[in-house]
Design a protein around this ligand. Structure first.
Ligand code: AMP
Ligand code: MG
Length: 536
């Protein structure tokens, strides 16, 4: 194992700002809102803030950058990642991209409140782009202020790190810093604006390129620049595909289909709902990006969405995510089509996405249920029936799957009048459990147990395997909100405690059981817990 080096100071970080060196810049140096054509980015400086204070940093991301605890706790760190200072090797810029929002082409969007500081090459020669979110306006800010509030910044910070520790591809978060300034937000766009504490998150990723970066160039007919950006992407982030060519363009697209499918299967595994799967929020690397009105399933409900803006159409609800992934890939295919000028390879890749998704979904559920492998003849029915049953009465997804692992394969489910004690904990409204329900669940359990007996794995081994895919701890919506409520009163302790808890989401953590319980009733219809908007 490579031990992280901790001796790196901020001043000695190595930068290689390839994006700005190789791609054309907007020639206009002034920072005002505009359409930016024939360019991939605009140079722009972060806006200085009056009273930056470190809320938290991620030790694992600091390790990636080879930064020590002392460095992360230094005032230079806070100044840099609040946007007040720059290192000489930084070369800040905002990217130009467009996107399909809620199914419609929205034109130019771009980094309206994100500013890339530069690209670090770490001690393992890995490229890591540092990006501030909420560091002030850019040419892409449109009517908005370029800022972010503490609540959404804590949500992004904690969730990025929680997802990483769950083994889910994601952009990372190095730090969250309050700015000492107030930001006006109308949380539900209903005429109740409020001053909230401002904050800046430093995000870290090998690349922040989105589907929308390619779409905007295609939409404008800037084909030469589109080719330049695709070639740049392949050389920088997909070097294993070899030199850019018509063949590698298709292989590149296939790889994006694969990584996107993998990411969404992971989301479905843990009950994560992104909430705004617009094409400007789809990473070219298949990373979960742009944590906004995301949420975690509490009760298992296919049509659940945390995003109040999407409550009507439910375009981005839990069960629609796989389909939207493919719809978004189709938009990307349309964008890069001018470089290939053949339809079939794209159609094949999109069909490949479907096949991959289906296989991944089956394998994932078989793993959640503790089967050796997915066996279509038995498991299609078992899985389908379980998903139906889970939606009959409100059943906590995380608790249900976690506790299912503790049912021994030699259990006899005889008592039709009771559900196994391990599962009873998962129900929000046990009083709604009817006799018919108990009967149906118990007969499912009987089939499930015969299926386990067929595999004949020792209970302990099966439990271990199941526990490695069914987390005990996730960033329950109300937990994030409790951390935010405290942080808004200057107490960052719960942010730290959750960051620490979510480092080992699959482990039993004695003394931390209270973070693994069902959502309390007060949080059922509470702002921030079950109702979120894009206002952030
Ligand atoms: P989102 O829905 O958060 O992915 O944002 C969509 C677009 O709006 C992106 O181009 C963002 O950069 C931009 N945006 C969101 N919030 C702000 C803000 N407060 N100031 C400027 N631009 C923003
Ligand atoms: Mg976005």
């Amino acid at each position: 194992m490579n031990m992280p080096l901790h001796d790196q100071t901020l001043e000695s970080l190595v930068f290689d700002n390839r994006f700005v060196q190789e791609l054309p810049a907007d020639p206009q140096p002034d920072n005002y809102r505009r359409q930016v054509t024939d360019a991939c980015y605009s140079k722009v400086l972060p806006t200085k803030v009056s009273g930056p204070q470190l809320v938290a940093y991620s030790p694992e991301v600091a390790d990636l950058l080879n930064l020590s605890k002392e460095t992360c706790e230094s005032s230079l760190f806070t100044e840099l990642f609040a946007g007040n200072r720059l290192l000489p090797a930084m070369d800040p810029f905002a990217m130009c991209y467009g996107g399909h929002q809620f199914g419609n082409w929205a034109g130019q969007l771009g980094d309206g409140r994100a500013i890339n500081l530069g690209e670090v090459i770490n001690s393992h020669k890995k490229r890591l782009v540092l990006q501030l979110k909420g560091a002030g306006p850019t040419p892409y800010s449109r009517q908005a202020d370029g800022l972010a509030v503490l609540r959404s910044s804590i949500r992004e910070f904690l969730c990025s790190e929680a997802m990483h520790h769950l083994g889910i591809p994601t952009t990372r978060a190095l730090s969250v810093i309050t700015t000492g300034e107030l930001v006006l937000r109308d949380m539900f766009y209903d005429g109740h604006p409020k001053d909230e504490p401002g904050a800046v998150v430093c995000r870290v990723s090998p690349s922040f390129l989105r589907f929308g970066n390619y779409e905007i160039l295609a939409a404008r007919g800037e084909t030469a620049l589109l080719k330049k950006l695709v070639d740049y992407t392949i050389r920088t982030d997909f070097p294993h595909l070899g030199e850019p060519s018509a063949t590698s363009y298709i292989e590149w697209f296939q790889e994006i289909c694969r990584t996107t499918a993998t990411m969404i299967i992971h989301w479905m595994r843990v009950g994560f709902v992104h909430g705004v799967m617009n094409t400007d929020n789809m990473s070219i690397l298949g990373l979960t990006i742009d944590y906004g009105p995301y949420g975690w399933l509490e009760g298992y409900e296919a049509s659940w969405t945390p995003n109040t803006t999407d409550a009507q159409g439910r375009r981005y609800c839990f069960s629609n995510q796989p389909h939207i992934g493919q719809w978004n890939l189709l938009q990307l295919a349309n964008a890069i089509y001018p470089l290939v000028k053949k339809v079939e390879p794209f159609q094949e890749a999109l069909a490949y996405y479907n096949a991959l998704f289906l296989k991944g979904w089956n394998d994932m559920l078989a793993a959640k249920l503790g089967f050796k492998t997915f066996v279509a003849e038995t498991d299609d029915t078992l899985i389908g029936e379980l998903i139906d049953i889970l939606q009959l009465v409100e059943t906590d997804m995380t608790i249900f799957f976690r506790n299912l692992a503790s049912i021994p394969a030699d259990t006899e489910v005889r008592n039709e009048n009771e559900l196994p004690a391990n599962l009873r904990e998962a129900y929000y409204k046990p009083e709604e459990i009817t006799e018919a329900y108990r009967h149906r669940m118990n007969s499912w359990l009987q089939s499930y147990i015969s299926r386990l007996q067929h595999d004949n794995l020792p209970n302990e081994l099966r439990q271990q395997k199941m526990n490695s895919v069914n987390p005990k701890y996730v960033l329950r919506n109300y937990l994030a909100q409790m951390a935010i409520d405290k942080a808004e009163n200057g107490d960052f302790s719960l942010v730290h405690e959750l960051l620490d808890l979510l480092r080992k989401p699959y482990d039993e953590q004695p003394k931390k059981d209270h973070f693994a319980v069902k959502r309390p009733e007060w949080a059922r219809n509470h702002a921030g817990c079950s109702m979120l908007s894009c206002s952030s």
